[in-house]
Design a protein around this ligand. Sequence first.
Ligand SMILES: [Zn+2]
Length: 391
Amino acid sequence: MRTKYLTIILIILITLIFSLNTMALAAESLRIDFIDVGQADSILIQLPNKEKMLIDGGNNEDGDLIVKYLTKLKINKLDYLVATHPHEDHIGGLDNIINNFKVNKVYMPKISHTSQTFRDLLIAIKEKGLKISIAKAGVSLIDKGDVQVRIIGPVKEDYKELNNYSAIVKINFNDTSFLFTGDAEAEVEEELVTSKIDLAADLLKIGHHGSSSSTTLAFLEKVNPQYGVISVGKDNKYGHPTKFTLEKLNRTGVEVYRTDQLGTIIAISDGQKITFNHKAPFISTTKISNNKLPLTISNLNLKDEIVLITNNGSEDINISNWKLLSLRGKQEFIFPQGTIIKAGESLKVVSGRNASKGKGQIIWTKSYIWNNNGDAAQLYDLKGNLIAEYY
Ligand SMILES: [Zn+2]
């Protein structure tokens, strides 16, 4: 009989310990602060294992702001400091941060720069007695239980564009995932798309402040994020984020959060879902002005170089001398005199080496027009009104 009681007590104890343990697990969270540093990047990540990571440190003048921000959060040590690439808007404040906090590991891509800002960073690292770990694809920072932090870019050793050296960080926490691409551009995105690296992420830090040089459609489709965060300054001189990028995000159903509109953006994951400190912003769909015509660009096949324009109405539409525009290469096709799309029918505009004439088919050129990494088409009428577009 005594053993029976003991067994019951033991079972109760084990159940208690087990439930306490799962409660502790449920309390674990991952918090990401996209600190508002204007036209720059600075991202603080508080990992479920309580380690802290900082990706980039804003411009030179942002150093104090970031130091204050971290201090307010009672952070005195950074376990990982990532300087994505040597441009000032990413490393500017890092010397200040290194001088003010304990830093465990510094990750940087293997590329140098002649700027004073870059020199300041190297001096701060040296004076603190820190070593630089090379940030490149394949480096694993954490791989414990339900948390993985990996560097998946840069993929190659050499790039022409400094932005493409950007350290790219992928974080997985239980069922949620995050991708931070620095300022990496289309070239790197394509390398990642064609690699075997798992790119899927619930949240994507939109590359290069929403510039058109990044966020190709192919990359966006592979990452397939639910949320996109753009770190960007109000009325910046670069025109970031571009309409082209915003449209792509809009069309692929990405909920976009922008620091120029919302200030600092905080995302918290409990391992299952992600919540934000701001309400989901209103997602607008583009309105095409003065479009009373039942004309649409119903398909744009980038690989086969085919644009399909459809007349959904009950009357023929004359599109002589209208203009078809490729948005990436900014190339124009003027429809020849007498081009008519009959009611309910479609017209194919083909290009590329294999382009040929046929029924309901017209040749733009034998050259290649469309960028396979993502492109968009717009159709303008004689007066220059945007009639239809396809992203
Ligand atoms: Zn930048």
